[in-house]
Ligand binder design. Sequence first.
Ligand code: NAI
Length: 342
Amino acid sequence: FAARQATQSVFGAVQRRAFSQTAANASKVAVLGAAGGIGQPLSLLLKLNPRVSELALYDIKGGPGVAADISHINTKSTVKGYEATPEGVRECLKGAEIVLIPAGVPRKPGMTRDDLFNTNASIVRDLAKAAADACPDANMLIISNPVNSTVPITAEVFKSKGVYNPKKLFGVTTLDVVRASRFISQLKSTDPANENITVVGGHSGATIVPLLSQSGYELQGAQLDEYIKRVQFGGDEVVQAKGGAGSATLSMAMAGARFAESLLKAAQGQKSVVEPTFVDSPLYKDQGVTYFASPVTLGPNGVEEIHPVGKMTEFEQGLLEVCLKDLKGNIEKGEKWAKENP
Ligand code: NAI
């Protein structure tokens, strides 16, 4: 009984908080791939966010079912699921301020994110086409892997339709920051909620570059190597543990919901909202790397300021050089594919 009372009071507090904040603006948020491993918990978290006024859920399978379920949660936003038809996706996207795309296949043990390219490239291209037509001004948040290539693919689609706005296209790399912060807190016995490790580069293996030194930490030798490897290949831990049943979904849902929340905060007038994200970036363009993840200040029009990577140790500089080489290839692969498969 005591346990039930405690649970009830926790949920009561969450709900009171949800109802006591009224969002300044009405915000329609669309999730494409909403019935998937990431899509469902992501939609759930968005339903609990009082900044979202309308939640639009689309999937090639099961969108309306997930929407019916989530719509019973007693927070104010409206929820609608759309049929898997061209009209369905169009209606889902119409008027959306934020579009999150976790549609596509996840990894199985032994696969790299690049192994998903052949399947996910066309899924993202087709959804990007629908968004470029239905909501060309929306903030596009790409979760589907390989993010290093699916973001350039989305850009090419928007360019081909004459509606590309580099300030509104984001590869969601938040999970790398979440992991980097959690893993250091485990080594240093700190509160992970207070950690915010800068992670730059891209979102796969060696392109993920945590800059631990910027938070004042100096790991050495094997401990440093293990930490870097864990951040770069943390996704593999989950893929292995799930034994073929998918990759990170719950932690990814949290990370995606956090990024959407940051964009909504910035859109609704909050200043100095900074999130690391993979964007069309000037930082390494001279080296042919046209997209790069670094801390970005978000504003009402999306990207407000792209911050440079900042101070690095020689070791971190070495990681960055490897990253840039890989990243260039991933980006070019996406761009080439998009041009050859319009
Ligand atoms: P899942 O297979 O559980 O769900 C994917 C959903 O997309 C399914 O419900 C499927 O019906 C739907 N879908 C497929 N084609 C579609 C289309 N054309 N239109 C609409 N919906 C479509 O996969 P999961 O675990 O949710 O992962 C989704 C993607 O997210 C994968 O590519 C995965 O690699 C990626 N991912 C990205 C992360 C990141 O940090 N950015 C972290 C973890 C996963």
